[in-house]
Design a protein around this ligand. Structure first.
Ligand code: S3P
Length: 167
């Protein structure tokens, strides 16, 4: 099987759902944020502070390009990866792209003030603006769109059903 790629905004559940999805389907799990942290030996806030956001975006593109040439994984993307249309050809090549979206109100509840997410530090209005700006770009990349406003288990079930139906 090609890869299953989870995209969406911060807090949409990509990492939590991706991990369970990989377990359920006996696939390897990769989280792009975690892979970049491992590769640089820095946390995401440290990368932003020490090397800048542009460097982080380059690491993301290099990683997804590499992963798109391989298969058999569940790949959870950092929230900005599918927001950059230049990465879309790699996502298409990687496999089935599943967008998780929990809606703006739930997003704000989940991520406001999260110190581990540099781009969630700008406050409510900034998050809403970014969410609205990215929503149509995520949709362009997505093969399947899943409402992830419920629990992780509920979202997992929805993803599994959508995959089954899309066969
Ligand atoms: C980002 C989302 C984060 C992380 C970085 C930038 C974004 O990942 O890659 O802080 O631009 O939306 P999560 O979506 O896993 O929080």
């Amino acid at each position: 099987m090609r890869n299953l790629v989870l995209c969406g905004f911060m807090g949409s559940g990509k990492s939590a759902v991706g991990k369970l999805l990989a377990e359920r389907l006996h696939m390897e799990f990769v989280d792009t944020d975690a892979a970049i942290e491992k590769q640089t030996n820095l946390s995401i806030p440290e990368i932003f502070a020490q090397r800048g956001e542009a460097a982080f975006r380059r690491y993301e593109t290099e990683l997804i390009e590499k992963l798109s040439n391989e298969s058999g994984r569940v790949i959870s993307l950092g929230g900005g990866l599918a927001a950059n249309e230049a990465n879309h050809p790699y996502l298409k090549r990687a496999g089935t792209v599943i967008l998780l979206d929990c809606g703006i109100d739930e997003t704000l509840l989940r991520i406001s003030g999260d110190a581990g997410r540099p781009l969630a530090a700008g406050g409510r209005e900034d998050i809403v603006r970014r969410y609205e700006q990215r929503a149509p770009i995520y949709r362009k990349a997505a093969d399947l769109v899943i409402d992830s406003s419920g629990s992780v288990r509920q979202t997992l079930q929805k993803v599994l059903s959508a995959l089954e139906e899309s066969k």
